[in-house]
Design a protein around this ligand. Sequence first.
Ligand SMILES: [Fe+2]
Ligand SMILES: [Fe+2]
Ligand SMILES: [Fe+2]
Ligand SMILES: [Fe+2]
Length: 401
Amino acid sequence: MKLDLTEVYYALSFSLDAVEKELVGVTTHHAKRVAYLSMLLGKQFGMAGAELSDLVGCALLHDNALTEFIREEYQQGKRGGEKLPFSRHCVIGEENIQLLPFRTDVTDVILYHHENADGTGPFGKKAEETNKKAQIIHLADTIDMEWDLPSLKEQEYAELCRKLLEDKDRRFAADCVEAFLAALDFQKLREMQTEGIIYCLKKELPEEYDEYTDEEIHNIAELFARIVDYKSSFTKDHSLGVAHKAEIMAKVYQYPPEKAVRYYFAAALHDIGKLIIDNQILEKIGKLTEEEFGEMKNHAAATYEILRQIKGLEDVTAWASRHHEKLDGCGYPFGMTASELSKEDRLMGCIDIYQALTEKRPYKDGLSHDKTIAMMRDMAENGKIDREIVEDLNRTLSNSL
Ligand SMILES: [Fe+2]
Ligand SMILES: [Fe+2]
Ligand SMILES: [Fe+2]
Ligand SMILES: [Fe+2]
């Protein structure tokens, strides 16, 4: 499958940003600003081509493990254990990106993205013991967390530079500080403020389409499914469960290999929009108010908005974002009807329902296969979902639980 991977990470960073905003309180587009600053710094160090793309990719994903970290911390807290060290998100984040097909060596970039040059960071590594990409991301990340770059005035910018010089060889590697001062003068910062970070980043990101193997696409999809699933313990295996069943059904319907991989990708990412939904709504026990339900429904539109930015993924975007549509037009986000919904759209919706009903949640046990199919037959009877697909799921998944 052909993809511009940086574009994929870039699109997905919209949802990572939402998580970071909710959990850490930084302003929107944090990951993109970190990526942009990192790119400017990387260029100062002579990075280009695949190496620069990989740096940008790591910067966009520097906190990919935040949802997972918060979940682990929450479970640890429930067991009465000690609070997890914050550096745990570096360890999980480093493990996660092993799944991704980077083209240059990015070992320890995520692991050491909070290390201070003088060895006072979480792993006690000094600048000479970490790599340049980690140092760059550390500086970019810290600056963006501590300074409100989108609205920084000239005087505050001067203050930032003064503080940076003070932090030379303490928090930040000296050459990174120099690179920052050379790369981002106030005029460049003004450009970012007036044109917007999306424009600036897009302008400088080279388009790079590459062919990725089925296994690589699987891995990318799985990583993002995991990030979504860790957002809420209520749905902790949901995306992966949907993806797994989509893979089984793709075999049953004899999709050609390329289509099967694309379908898996869509299934793994179908709920990526949930990352922008508040956990208080995702985890509310009991009926949602009308307003809350309206908010919850936004996740499907958000999935659409996130995926449609990736060129060449039009089919994937459709399959993923239509999983709550119903044949009679009462679904969301588009209110499409039978004549507009393809077999693949309908299948994704059915798998999503099957997965949701059979999975265990803190407030309910998973239903048995037979009960699930009985409920789905009722839905089909009422003109909501595709009867034939329900029967195909019945035949195929009866031994899957
Ligand atoms: Fe971090
Ligand atoms: Fe960050
Ligand atoms: Fe959904
Ligand atoms: Fe779902």
